[in-house]
Ligand binder design. Structure first.
Ligand code: PGA
Ligand code: ZN
Length: 387
């Protein structure tokens, strides 16, 4: 009745669960047939918690090493989707229960570098945009696409070297960090004037891939800079101020809880978001809350395995006042469940790219959810973020 595929990441955090068992995808499929299927047949898909506990029980490891986090993801989400389908409800509504829903603001990358590109590229992995004042899902998606194409036009006008597109559809530019930000900033101004959507800039620094443990420094190859922890914090604060950044993901490496906290305290209202730092993991969220390390979190269900685990992470983070950002992976599937889960779990933002079929599948789904929620009279508009 339903079919669900799992995405897979390239710039994975070291604290994520193991995505596949040894032996890769083929072995994962084999283990579904041999170990999981006999246990799952006859279970009630309405009992999400029981299904997810069964996944942990059959796996019986700390990090889903036997069946793989991606296997757990596919089975767990498939159960949720099956239950919703049987009860003739959309998945987002099943997850939201009796609450009204808000449409998550789409955050998407217009320039890609770092681990998401090869050859000459920006040091920073993702230059993102978010239309903070979009009035509908379709207006939001359109505003982001306009910035994406404006970036290409400006780059051509400036005679910049454009190498193509990165893993998530952002242009790969042979530029220094600030050159790229100058260009994107111009593109955002043009599109904001035209649409009124107030498109603002965010970054995923993915700083673990810049961090050199031996040198205790962040190495920016393209920029020709080496920054120690203090300098990295200062650099981030400078970018936040000069480019009015609303969002900075993984500005420091994946174990830097205290440095994150120092930046968060000095960063005004900007969202300081943990991805590799928090890996959708409840214990790591506790640690971040204790230190005051962040005010936003990336939620990637396959970092932790099951829907119940990621709902727990969302609830814990939201209780601490964090903005939860439901996120795609660099390697994505061509379907839209991510948008259903983002809205269903009340995530104010969804990070799902701007262009490319597998990214547009999520944006289209967001538009359909908005139409559906309006019909059901459970829509309470677009989500808001501090900006
Ligand atoms: P991924 O990570 O390449 O592992 O999906 C993307 C990100 O860092 O947000
Ligand atoms: Zn990230």
């Amino acid at each position: 009745m339903v079919r669900v595929g799992a995405p897979s990441g390239k710039s994975r955090g070291k604290w994520e669960v193991q995505p596949f068992p040894d032996g890769g995808v083929d072995e994962a499929v084999e283990r579904v047939r041999k170990l999981l299927a006999p246990e799952l047949v006859g279970m009630n898909a309405d009992r999400q918690q029981q299904i997810d506990e069964k996944l942990h029980e059959v796996d019986a490891t700390e990090r889903f090493s036997r069946i793989g986090g991606n296997t757990a993801y596919a089975v767990s989400i498939a159960a949720a989707l099956l239950s919703a389908t049987v009860h003739k409800k959309p998945l987002y509504q099943k997850l939201a229960g009796s609450s009204k829903v808000r449409i998550s603001l789409p955050l998407g990358n217009v320039v890609g570098g770092g681990a998401h590109a090869k050859g000459k590229r920006t040091d920073i992995q993702e230059f993102l945009v978010v239309p903070t004042k979009a009035s509908s899902a379709i207006q939001a998606a359109e505003a982001n696409v306009k910035v994406h194409s404006e970036v290409a036009q400006l780059a051509v006008q400036q005679g910049a070297t454009m190498i193509g597109k990165g893993d998530e559809g952002g242009y790969v530019l042979d530029m220094k960090t600030e050159q790229a930000l100058d260009l994107i900033s111009k593109a955002c101004q043009t599109v904001s004037l035209e649409t009124g959507a107030d498109v603002r800039i965010g970054l995923d620094v993915a700083a673990s891939s810049l961090w050199d443990e031996k040198q205790q420094a962040y190495i920016y190859k393209r920029d020709g800079k080496k920054r120690n922890e203090g300098e990295q914090i200062e650099f981030m604060l400078d970018l936040i101020e000069r480019y009015r950044l609303v969002y900075v993901e993984d500005p420091l490496h994946e174990d830097a809880f205290e440095a994150f906290a120092e930046l968060r305290k000095k960063a005004g209202g900007a969202l300081i978001c943990g991805d590799d730092l928090l890996v959708t993991n409840a214990a790591r969220i506790d640690q971040a809350v204790k230190h005051g390390s962040a005010n936003a979190i990336i939620i990637k269900t396959n970092q932790v395995g099951t829907l119940s685990d990621s709902r727990r992470a969302v609830e814990k983070a939201q209780a601490a006042g964090y903005v939860t950002v439901m996120s795609h992976r660099s390697g994505e599937v061509c379907s839209g469940e991510l948008a259903q889960i983002a809205v269903g779990l009340s995530c104010p933002m969804i990070k799902c790219g701007v262009i490319g079929g597998e990214r547009i599948a999520k944006l289209n789904e967001l538009v359909r959810i908005e139409e559906d929620a309006e019909k059901r009279k459970i829509l309470s508009g677009m989500a808001q973020i501090p900006s």
